[in-house]
Design a protein around this ligand. Structure first.
Ligand SMILES: NC(=O)c1ccc[n+]([C@@H]2O[C@H](COP(=O)([O-])OP(=O)(O)OC[C@H]3O[C@@H](n4cnc5c(N)ncnc54)[C@H](O)[C@@H]3O)[C@@H](O)[C@H]2O)c1
Length: 336
């Protein structure tokens, strides 16, 4: 490999253009080499913006291009697993946006292809490596007491968003909740053992045919408990996300991945704010680059990807059955 990681963007839509592409253009470890989209004008526009060598509507062209080291899959959710398998079989390293897959069979197909071809794989669960979450984990390092976590993610998530179409987006829990299920697992650093979710369709039920909102509680092996409120019928004027962590008389409060408050005990609080919200996306691609360059373990690899995906499938199951659902490590530890 050259010094730079030659990268192809698969799916030149809004997220990759607003996040991964600006981050890659600022990071000297990457060179965007090709852009592919079934919408050729999107591929062409992104090619122009990134200075890539070429654009195409033909996925096979980039899979056969020996110059390409890494593909970034930022298509809609129903194509993630299939494109990941194709890319792995072509020997490409992979950054796949969340979700890993739409169902358990797809998780296994992705895991097998990545393992067989010995390529690096990262799923886009950036929140667990966001700077303020890392700071919280550092402050609690060495404290073996169990934790309680409350997370909120709320926004007006329009009823006509493709995320709510079960066969394309998988719904809010598979499509986006996985981010937060991963975050809760990353904060507790212990295995999730069961999940209970209560929720339903809070948007227009004539348009949204799958649960779009819920309150989800995950129980962990060490007795920790994490709850997240996911509201699709939220308010854009109110902060989208917040994380509260309670552990052994200490509290950490993170507002929207920007403001940090640490209450160490009885003596007030330490407070500071980042100049800009940081959910960890830039750090995530930098860690992935290092893992490719040094042939080390990639961040948010297969087992972490599968862990939150499995939880998301069980959230839908728990809402439908109105009861807790067990989670076994063997269901998500797909690569040893
Ligand atoms: N990590 C995060 O914080 C975060 C935030 C927002 C979105 N996302 C994820 O980013 C991904 C893209 O979301 P978006 O909002 O940009 O969607 P989008 O619809 O704007 O973009 C998707 C693009 O993929 C193209 N496409 C679809 N099928 C394709 C195929 N088979 N081959 C090539 N191109 C194809 C579409 O034409 C479109 O241009 C989703 O997985 C979404 O969940 C992640």
């Amino acid at each position: 490999m050259d010094k730079q990681i030659k990268t192809a963007i698969i799916g030149c839509g809004s997220f990759v253009n607003s996040m991964h592409i600006p981050n890659m253009l600022k990071n000297p470890k990457f060179k965007i080499h090709a852009c592919v989209d079934i919408n050729e004008s999107a591929a062409k526009e992104t090619c122009k913006k990134t200075g890539a060598e070429y654009w195409t509507g033909d996925i096979d062209r980039i899979l056969k291009d020996k110059n390409i080291d890494l593909v970034v899959i930022t298509t809609r959710h129903n194509t993630h697993a299939g494109l990941t398998v194709q890319a792995a079989n072509a020997g490409k390293h992979i950054l796949c946006e969340k979700p890993m897959a739409m169902n358990i069979e797809e998780c296994h197909a992705v895991s097998s292809a990545v393992k067989k071809n010995n390529v690096k794989y990262t799923v886009g669960y950036n929140r667990g490596i966001a700077p303020l979450i890392k700071k919280a984990k550092e402050l609690l390092t060495g404290d073996s007491h169990k934790k309680m976590i409350y997370h909120r993610i709320q926004a007006p998530f329009p009823a006509d968003s493709w995320t709510h179409i079960p066969e394309i987006g998988g719904g809010r829990f598979i499509g986006e909740g996985c981010h937060i299920f991963d975050l809760l697992c990353e904060i507790t650093e212990t295995a999730p053992v069961s999940v209970y979710a209560a929720g339903g369709t809070f948007l227009d039920p004539d348009k949204v045919k799958i649960s779009d909102s819920g309150i989800i509680t995950i129980f962990f092996g060490d007795g920790s408990v994490g709850t997240t409120l996911i509201s699709s019928a939220g308010c854009s004027a109110f902060p989208k996300e917040a994380t509260e962590i309670y552990c052994n008389g200490k509290v950490i409060y993170i507002n929207n991945f920007t403001d940090f408050e640490y209450y160490p005990g009885t003596n007030g609080a330490e407070k500071y704010s980042l100049a800009k919200q940081d959910k960890g996306q830039a750090d995530e691609i930098d860690l992935l680059a290092d893992s490719i360059i040094n042939d080390t373990q990639s961040p948010n690899g297969i087992n972490k990807a599968a862990r939150a995906a499995i939880i998301s499938f069980k959230v839908n199951e728990s809402i439908a059955g109105m009861k807790p659902v067990q989670i076994k490590e063997t269901e998500y530890n797909l690569i040893s």
